[in-house]
Design a protein around this ligand. Structure first.
Ligand code: WT7
Length: 632
């Protein structure tokens, strides 16, 4: 299943387009199926209805763990590097990881968890998070991991939407020099979540936390009551494996649903080929398991391939900006996968932090989450990869399950700031404004995918119509990514960015409406409008235009600003705090009441010379006021 040369890539790609079913059949045969599937693919993009490997029976954890035990039982599967470099690391062999997962799965079973139940996991990056995720998969419970930086309010929304029966959390978490509570946030969220029956609490910080009797149990106590024998539950290929919430252009995040069979095949296949994984490689992906990158390329992808994967609890700048390089040296990491925002921030700290570390083990560098600018790409290539390691820019989405457009490391042509070519099995197209396919190269358009692939989302949890409307209705017969892209003269894709009302802040995705809803909860605010603007470190920053009840004085603006930030932290979390707030009297609206965001974006960018046609505005004077406004 591994492609080794560029011509093998071309052959695989051609086959995958000419006969996708034969192509994916052959790939899927590399996995363990309890029963083979009857039908490789059934689909239509109208409803949408997408079914891969129908009739197939499997359990993904048997593929991640059990099948490796005979040959790789003593191989390190997971390395846990704690936040504080002085704390000892933990390593788990495949055998040990298997045991831990069976134990955790039995704890869940003891609590009455059954196949199909939803389990919300709200945890720091500690080994028990990995155990929890895989324990759910072991028994067919659907995991919904919520990034531990989200607020109680955001957590509650996600628990309610999924009707989760159990929440798995910790007492608190380490983040650089700070310790942050988790359990108390869960308690606050659960005030409004009637579906939750049990809470499993992992002890990380030895903090005294309140335990609600009958509901809350300590993980460290519960594991004493179970054994490590837990057969894997047989799943249908199309059963749900997990839900992962992500932001869209409306206010409410949606639960992207991935399936057991198709996701497994795509996570395993894409990991092997994009990273060109070899048996002894050590893979370090710096994402949080709260995002899809962590699901696919810390856990499932590496484990499906019998790899060693590093899980890091901390942040790149603690105790100093050499933390990543120190970890690479410590474990002789071969594959390093991070986000442009981290690269830019470490670049700013200077090469002197990289130079002292032995990075000779590195073979492949990866980037993900947002467009990587050429300067950051070159710095990464020169100072981290020493110009010896291919730098792959991997484009994909929560919805796609795995990497879609990227060079295959060391095989494909690379061009800075370009994601490159599609993986075999992926058929991207650029559409023009009318929805016609653009055939020529050296052109820009809306990025769509015209044929299904196994890792694609199947629905949005509890609201299939929303899935149809968001992804399959803009351009009939296509999956619409929400991104704009350019295909260069050689057919390499460069992702330009979102074309919908989604902004990408340090690789985190937010709907502008979602942040507006949060800001509007502040009692001083009448109305708000949020746009993204170019930000040196974060890629995009959050710029909020706010109308207050009475136009505040400069002094009042200061405290209202602080109060708005607090509201956003309460509603969503610190990651969604606006970078800039501008107090205005009015917003540029058309006669039909629609906000002209184009103007807001231009003003936010400081590009006010050419605002385009403003004659359709209800009150064109608003524009002058916007230009002269106070920005805090
Ligand atoms: C959006 C998806 C998939 C992992 C993390 C983000 C942007 C992602 C790239 C890239 C340019 C990228 C797109 C995409 N994006 N990777 N290599 N180059 N843009 O997942 O939160 O679902 O966000 O991130 O805009 O649509 P996500």
């Amino acid at each position: 299943m591994r492609i080794n040369t560029y011509s093998e890539y071309e052959i695989a790609y051609r086959k995958s387009v000419e006969d996708p079913e034969a192509f994916w059949t052959e790939i899927a045969e590399n996995f363990n199926w309890i029963k083979k599937w009857d039908r490789t693919l059934e689909y239509n993009f109208d409803e949408p209805n997408i079914k891969w490997f129908q009739g197939g029976k499997l359990n993904i954890t048997e593929n991640c763990l059990d099948r490796h035990l005979e040959k790789l039982g003593d191989k390190t599967a997971l390395i846990f590097e704690p936040n504080d470099p002085k704390e000892t690391y933990r390593k788990f062999t495949y055998r040990e990881l298997h045991e831990q997962i069976c134990v955790f799965a039995n704890v869940l079973k003891d609590l009455g968890v059954q196949k199909g139940d939803r389990i919300c996991i709200y945890m720091p990056m500690i080994p028990e998070l990995a155990f929890a995720v895989l324990a759910c998969a072991r028994i067919g419970a659907i995991h919904s991991v919520v990034f531990a930086g989200f607020s109680a309010h955001a957590l509650a929304d996600r628990i309610i939407d999924a009707e989760a029966k159990v929440v798995i959390c910790s007492d608190g978490l380490n983040r650089g020099h700070k310790q942050i509570p988790i359990k108390s946030t869960v308690d606050e969220a659960l005030e409004n979540c009637p579906s939750v029956e049990k809470v499993v609490v992992v002890n990380r910080l030895n903090w005294p936390v309140k335990m609600k009797s009958g509901r809350d149990i300590w993980y460290q106590d519960a594991i004493k009551r179970v054994n490590s024998d837990c057969p894997a539950t047989e799943m249908d290929a199309e059963d749900m494996l997990f839900i992962l919430y992500t932001s869209g252009s409306t206010g409410k995040p949606k639960g992207v649903v991935h399936s057991c069979g198709g996701y497994m095949v795509y996570a395993g296949y894409s990991f092997l080929n994009v990273f060109q994984y070899d048996n002894e490689d050590i893979h370090f992906c710096t994402a949080d398991i709260g995002w899809v990158t962590g699901h696919s390329y810390i856990l499932y992808g590496p484990l499906l391939n019998g790899a060693t994967t590093v899980m890091f609890e901390g942040i790149p700048t603690f105790p100093d900006p050499a933390r990543f390089w120190q970890i690479i040296e410590k474990y002789a990491v071969t594959h390093f996968y991070t986000a442009p925002t981290a690269i830019r921030s470490l670049m700013q700290s200077g090469e002197e932090h990289v130079l002292p570390y032995g990075l000779d083990s590195l073979k492949v560098l990866g980037s993900v989450g947002e467009p990587i600018n050429e300067e950051a790409w070159r710095w990464y290539n020169i100072h981290v990869g020493k110009e010896r390691c291919p730098v792959i820019d991997t484009w994909w989405q929560t919805e796609t399950g795995g990497v879609m457009i990227s060079g295959l490391a060391g095989i494909s042509p690379l061009r800075p700031a370009h994601a490159g070519q599609p993986l075999p099995g992926i058929q991207p197209v650029l559409l023009d404004g009318e929805g016609n396919e653009i055939a020529e190269n050296d052109k820009e358009g809306y990025l769509c995918i015209k044929f299904p692939w196994p890792g694609m989302l199947r629905t949005t949890y509890g609201d299939h119509e929303r899935c149809r409307l968001t992804y399959f209705s803009t351009y009939k017969g296509y999956y619409f990514t929400g991104d704009g892209a350019r295909r260069d003269e050689n057919g390499l894709y460069r992702i330009i960015g979102r074309v919908d009302d989604v902004i990408n802040v340090s690789g985190h995705r937010f709907g502008t409406a979602e942040i507006e809803n949060a800001i509007n909860q502040n009692k001083n605010v009448v109305e708000s409008a949020v746009v993204g603007y170019p930000h040196d470190l974060k890629g995009q920053g959050i710029y909020a235009y706010v109308i207050c009840h009475n136009q505040p004085s400069i002094d009042e603006m200061q405290w209202i600003r602080a109060s708005i930030l607090e509201t956003v932290v309460e509603q969503i979390g610190p990651i969604a705090k606006p970078d800039k707030i501008q107090f205005v009297y009015g917003l540029p609206k058309t006669r039909s009441g629609k906000i002209m965001r184009r103007i807001l974006r231009k003003v936010a960018e400081g590009d006010t010379a050419n605002l385009g046609d403003i004659s359709t505005l209800l009150d064109p004077m608003v524009v002058e006021e916007l230009k002269a406004g106070v920005v805090l």
